[in-house]
Design a protein around this ligand. Structure first.
Ligand code: AMP
Length: 483
């Protein structure tokens, strides 16, 4: 299939061609014609599937015919975080370069006065986080009764962040006769409920998580004594050829500590989490995109869905407690068909064993144990060669001394609630091209991975399958995304 057959106009085809896309991704092939036919769409897809273009492209086509009135946007895209909203805005910019559509980005942390000025000029596309939108709506700076297309992006993340009441409120201000597009990586009951409430006879489209079937991301698992995880990370950094990497922590309070520790070891790092003020977050992200430092120590929320091209590695400093987050995290590398490497450091505790089991159940296979320095296999890893050998399950069972906290100190909070911004600046050091030497790490015996309780599950277990048969993402991917 090619883009020409989807019903997009010549200006959009030109913009798409200039992006270097040769064929639509599965979600684009299914969603674009349906949206152009003004159908509601319920898309089960996450970032990395080409989801953003699947709604921005047809929206540009639909909106190209009209004119916006002051303070009355013609379409609304709701996104859970400022960064995701900004990314959607970038997509409109990129694909809409041959159209004259006005857009506005309404996110917390930006000047309200500036945002009001833009709204007064009339916008075709309004991209917003729920908190800031409600804030401006309640001040009377914006009217939602001319909205013709409403997009709710990353609905499950909106739910995790407690935004559903805000979304319901916003939708109650939007005309009932409209086109609604809802995208979510998963379909928990609450999202099903709002989908049933907001969508009319939607076309249901489901594409598997790219990481569930992507073979271009090598995944490795390292068991570590709980108190030696930093040293384990340093050892991994030393044995891998890291161009740049996301390093994920579960708790935002650990991010700065880890960044500082790595900085002291002469690593080139910065931190990114939801408590940093908005301008700092943009600044750090831009610097990361521009290769000004190599390691971005971050939380799930700060990094979710961020599209940074050519990230060579992802390190999970903590095992994500929700298996979906694992898929999101490792999806930050190996993007756009490039090879990527993702490593998870698991503490030798019952909790981490439980989380690893849940991840392995979701992804449908065991994560390969990563040989660490001193072991024979390490040479091949240092060459960045993919390891396709089945992992070795032999070894001693780990003892559990330190139980990590169960609490998930997430940094996502609705932006209309008071937010605890700190004054912290990114912990940035001078750019450094080679891995810094680190203390040698005393190798701990590789403990046996907890026995697989669950049978591998290769199926995407999400509901709401596309009516035109849903295959795994890998089956349908354009060559571009394949190995
Ligand atoms: P998304 O799922 O929207 O986060 O998109 C993931 C990445 O895929 C982005 O970097 C897009 O620029 C890229 N992309 C979107 N559509 C295509 C396509 N048809 N072919 C190649 N890359 C694409």
């Amino acid at each position: 299939m090619d883009f020409e057959s989807l019903g997009l106009g010549p200006e959009l085809l030109k913009a798409v061609a200039e992006c270097g896309y040769t064929e639509p991704t599965p979600i684009q092939a299914k969603a674009i014609p349906a949206i152009l036919m003004t159908r509601d769409v319920l898309g089960l897809a996450q970032t990395g599937t080409g989801k953003t273009a699947s709604f921005t492209l047809p929206m540009i086509e639909i909106l190209s015919g009209g004119v916006a009135k002051a303070r009355m946007p013609r379409s609304l895209v709701l996104a859970p975080t400022r960064e995701l909203a900004a990314q959607v805005a970038e997509n409109f910019e990129k694909y809409g370069k041959y159209h004259k559509l006005n857009k506005a980005l309404l996110v917390g942390g930006e000047s309200v006065i500036e945002q009001k000025k833009i709204l007064d000029r009339g916008v075709d596309v309004l991209i917003a986080t729920p908190g800031r939108l409600l804030d401006l709506f309640e001040r009377g700076s914006i009217l939602l009764n001319d909205i013709k297309v409403l997009v709710i992006d990353e609905a499950d993340r909106m739910m995790d962040m407690g935004f559903i009441p805000d979304i319901e409120k916003i939708v109650s201000f939007v005309p009932p006769i409209r086109q609604t597009l809802l995208f979510s990586a998963t379909m928990p009951k609450e999202i099903k409920r709002i989908a049933d409430k907001f969508l009319t006879n939607p076309k249901e489209i489901s594409v598997a998580a790219p990481a569930a079937t992507a073979t271009n991301v090598h995944q490795g698992l390292v068991w570590s004594p709980p108190r030696r995880k930093k040293e384990t990370l340093a050892a991994l950094l030393q044995q891998e050829k890291v161009k740049n990497a996301f390093v994920f922590c579960n708790r935002k309070r650990d991010i700065d500590g880890l960044a500082k520790w790595l900085k002291n070891k002469n690593y080139d790092v910065a931190a990114l989490h939801g408590d940093m003020d908005q301008s700092k977050r943009y600044e750090v992200l831009e610097a990361f995109k521009n290769d000004e430092f190599r390691l971005l120590i971050c939380s799930d929320v700060a990094a979710r869905g961020l599209d940074v091209a050519a990230v060579s590695h992802v390190f999970n400093f903590d095992v994500p407690m929700h298996p979906d987050d694992y898929v999101h995290r490792i999806g930050r590398t190996g993007r756009a068909g490039m090879d990527g490497r993702a490593f998870t450091i698991a503490a030798e505790t019952d909790d981490d064993r439980k989380y690893i089991n849940a991840i392995e159940k979701l992804i449908g296979n065991a994560i390969e144990i990563q040989p660490m320095g001193g072991q024979k296999e390490s040479a091949s890893h240092s060459q960045n060669k993919p390891q396709n050998k089945p992992h070795n399950n032999s070894g001693k069972q780990a003892t559990q001394k330190n139980k990590p906290s169960h609490s998930r100190d997430r940094d996502d909070k609705p932006e209309n609630k008071p937010n605890h911004q700190n004054k912290q600046s990114p912990q940035k050091t001078a750019p450094q091209k080679e891995s810094a030497p680190v203390d040698s790490v005393k190798q701990q015996p590789q403990p046996q991975k907890a026995p697989q309780q669950n049978k591998p599950n290769k199926q995407n277990k999400q509901s709401g399958q596309d009516d035109s048969s849903s295959k795994g993402f890998g089956d349908e991917l354009p060559d571009f995304f394949k190995n």
